[in-house]
Design a protein around this ligand. Structure first.
Ligand SMILES: [Zn+2]
Length: 754
């Protein structure tokens, strides 16, 4: 019979109980027993929610105290040597995730194209693996004690090795497959012995461009594991199998899961390739966005599969783990009913999966209420004037030139004449310390304990003080400090039409850190200027140049839940137009230097190389749209961080920002090589202060970095600035570091003059 299934549930808890328990434990305010008790309560609650939603296949081992990839490193005994001496397993686990004084944390990076971050496995030459199956076995037993036979979730060996980093030169983690497979086989045998009939093995690498070696590794792994224990559901998500379809279909496992939300078009090819005895799990409910499912459309898709393979081999599921979705829409008391009717969080998504399975088994009438509610919501959504605003669409459809009026060379002359900056001009990336005072004042204002006038007076005083500090330090281009901003996306979203904000729509970003992305639900426009008041106020206090600070359209898009009823490019263009209006208002207010941050530009890259160009084209166009309206002597800056630039240099150059600041100090200027090799024509501020490291950099260190940057980048192209914004730092280190930074710039000027 057709079965309803889930692939993973959010771990953090409706009220972020896990976050709080972790942070208490880390501070030493609670012990491991209390932490594990909270974790067990959360698992029990989540299993029971899934059972209430009538999900028939419920996962276990999807829970993690920090990260499921870190759990996999522990599971297979891949403990980096610097942590091997820590005897207590909890202490060691969190040391691997967060580091200790003696041992730096393992690296963290983004999980495919989500905003979830995983701990990168570290592998060494001669790496030995050993099974440490405690967690999956314990969680399986824990669920069984509650009356549930769960389907354990395991990250597959080929994805694990593909995501790992070799810590020895010349080592390819995939070469360790032979050593790793016996550990997996043993795990499967133990799960089988415990009573698991099925396991879910995630191999998300199957949606990537695979090397021949990876393909061979998949063949080998599943030849070994396919018959070793319980039936395997091989799980893929976040994209289409494309050229890996044949491979995924023929691997000797019992079932295959495909993502039909991200990639509905792959269905025919998968059905054609699927062997006649294999279960197909279809992901038809979006596991990583917040929109309600069109149940009629999803039912149509499911029915096509049913026609093809019959009812017995069919599973209905979310597209991927619900890890990337907030927990429960019912907790949203501040959203209006209409908007709420368009949304579904994890609990509601399970109800959708369940309704589809019931309709498949017993006819649509058996899930009539769910289908009717879905159809009604989809109909109001389609027609709503809150979503579709003809004037916004009409404006976005107009052709607007994306080019500045003149070439960079000619703009540069006019900007030099206007600003008369010294060589190696100094600036910062925008934000200054968000001290306890700043956070307390904002909280008091939000609670109504501080009125608008009182809050504004506080912000004015903070801004003025930041300007005096910058003047005393001798910085050339000042910023207002962004004390009025909580977050670089939320601050803008709150002032734009088409955005909504949840109270509790938290999604895990990494460990205990959660984010609450804005919801872009409708056509985006800017009803009024957003930043001009603070930039103009700041400029009025000083004779020095003041830089206006904006978040770019791609970053606002990337860090929000985005509507799916129109292409992302279209939504991004609307945001680009709103930012363009803001840029022009800043210019009008006399702000001659305007920075449009795009730290998330690279994050938006599609998983497949073949799709990169199309994305980069519209992403760069949206940035250019936001920036291209200004006069030649208005200087546009942009800022990017945490990015490799080598493979997207033409796109970065095409943005045509007059100045780009980038994070480079941690890589010892290596990231600058791409700009040098490309002969990047515009100006560059390679960060000379790693603001994430808690130390004040010496003047000599920064001079050395600038000398290094100067090998290949002309002195006239270079700016001097920190790596990133300073909101997480404290004032004493900010002052000391910036003093050294200004001194380093002056020393270079002197040397150049002499
Ligand atoms: Zn940054």
């Amino acid at each position: 019979m057709t079965r309803s299934a889930n692939l993973g549930f959010p771990r953090i808890g409706l009220n972020r109980e896990l976050k709080k328990a972790l942070e208490f434990y880390w501070k030493g305010e609670s012990d491991a027993t209390a932490l594990h008790a909270t974790a067990a309560q959360l698992r029990a609650r989540h299993w029971s929610l899934q059972r209430e939603a009538r999900i028939e296949v419920i996962p276990s081992n999807d829970f993690s105290l920090y990260d499921h990839v870190l759990d996999t490193s522990v599971l297979v005994g891949a403990i980096p040597p610097r942590f091997a001496d820590i005897a207590d397993p909890d202490t060691r686990y969190f040391a691997m995730a967060r580091g200790t004084d003696a041992a730096p944390a393992m690296e963290m990076t983004k999980w495919f194209d989500t905003n979830y971050h995983f701990i990168v496995p570290e592998l060494y030459r001669g790496q030995r693996f050993a099974l440490n199956a405690g967690k999956p076995l314990d969680h399986f037993r824990e669920a069984r004690a509650l009356g549930l036979v769960t389907r354990p979730v395991i990250l597959g060996p080929v994805s694990f090795l593909s995501l790992a980093k070799a810590k020895d030169d010349g080592l390819d983690p995939l070469d360790l497959l032979d050593a790793l497979l016996p550990v997996y086989a043993e795990l499967l045998a133990q799960l089988r012995a415990e009573g698991a009939d099925w396991v879910q093995i995630d191999e998300p690498v199957l949606v990537l461009d695979l090397s021949g070696k990876q393909q061979a590794a998949l063949e080998k792994a599943y030849a070994a594991l396919g018959k070793a224990g319980p039936d395997i559901l091989l799980t893929t998500y976040f994209g289409d199998l494309r050229d890996n379809t044949e491979l995924a279909a023929r691997l000797p496992v019992a079932g295959l899961h495909i993502d039909l939300v991200r990639a509905p078009d792959q269905l025919d090819a998968v059905l054609a390739a699927l062997p006649a005895d294999k279960t197909l799990s279809v992901g038809v409910v979006d596991g990583r966005n917040i929109w309600r499912t069109d149940l009629d459309a999803a039912f149509g898709l499911v029915s096509r599969v049913w026609d093809h393979i019959g009812p017995d081999r069919l599973e209905i599921a979310p597209s991927c783990s619900l890890l990337h979705s907030p927990v429960d829409l019912q907790a949203e008391t501040a959203l209006d009913d209409e908007l709420k009717s368009w949304l579904a969080f994890a609990r509601q998504k399970l109800d959708e999966v369940s309704a589809l399975a019931i309709a498949q088994k017993r006819g649509r009438g058996a899930a009539r209420a769910a289908f009717e509610a879905s159809a009604a919501a989809i109909a109001t959504h389609r027609a709503s004037p809150r979503i579709h605003r003809p004037e916004v669409k009409a404006r976005a459809a107009q052709a607007i030139t994306l080019d500045r009026n003149s070439s960079f060379a000619s703009r540069r002359e006019k900007q030099r004449a206007r600003f008369n900056l010294p060589a190696y001009p100094t600036t910062t990336i925008g934000s200054f310390p968000q001290t306890k005072d700043v956070r307390q004042a904002r909280a008091a204002f939000k609670k109504g304990q501080l009125d608008q006038a009182g809050y504004d007076a506080f912000l004015e005083q903070q801004t003025e003080s930041a300007i005096r500090i910058q003047e005393e330090l001798g910085l050339d281009v000042l910023v207002h400090g962004e004390f009025e901003r909580n977050d670089m996306v939320e601050y803008f979203g709150e002032q734009l039409d088409g955005f909504a904000f949840t109270r509790n729509g938290w999604v895990q970003s990494y460990g205990s850190r959660c984010v609450k992305p804005p919801v872009i639900y409708g056509d985006v426009s800017r009803p009024a200027p957003m930043t001009v008041r603070w930039s103009a106020f700041a400029a009025s206090l000083t004779d020095r140049h003041m830089k206006g600070m904006l978040t770019g359209p791609v970053t606002i898009l990337q860090w929000s839940f985005v509507r799916v009823d129109q292409p992302r490019a279209e939504t991004c263009r609307q945001i680009g137009l709103a930012i363009r209006d803001e840029v022009l208002d800043l210019e009008q207010a006399g702000i001659g230097i305007i920075q449009i941050d795009e730290p998330a530009l690279r994050e938006g890259l599609p998983l497949r190389r073949a799709d990169w160009d199309a994305y980069l084209r519209w992403a760069v166009d949206c940035f250019r749209l936001s920036a291209s309206g200004v006069a030649d002597d208005t200087q546009i800056h942009t800022h990017m961080c945490y990015a490799e630039f080598n493979d997207i240099m033409p796109a970065i150059a095409a943005m045509d920002a007059d100045v780009i600041s980038i994070e480079t100090s941690r890589s010892d200027m290596e990231l600058l090589e791409a700009f040098r090799d490309f002969n990047y024509p515009n100006e560059i501020g390679p960060g000379v202060w790693d603001i994430h490291a808690p130390r004040v950099p010496d003047q000599a260190d920064m001079e050395a970095l600038l000398h290094k940057a100067g090998q290949g980048i002309a002195p006239g192209q270079l700016w001097v600035n920190p790596d990133c914004g300073l909101k997480t730092r404290g004032w004493p280190e900010v002052k000391a570091s910036l003093q050294n930074l200004v001194a380093a710039a002056k020393a270079l000027r002197l040397a150049a003059a002499g």
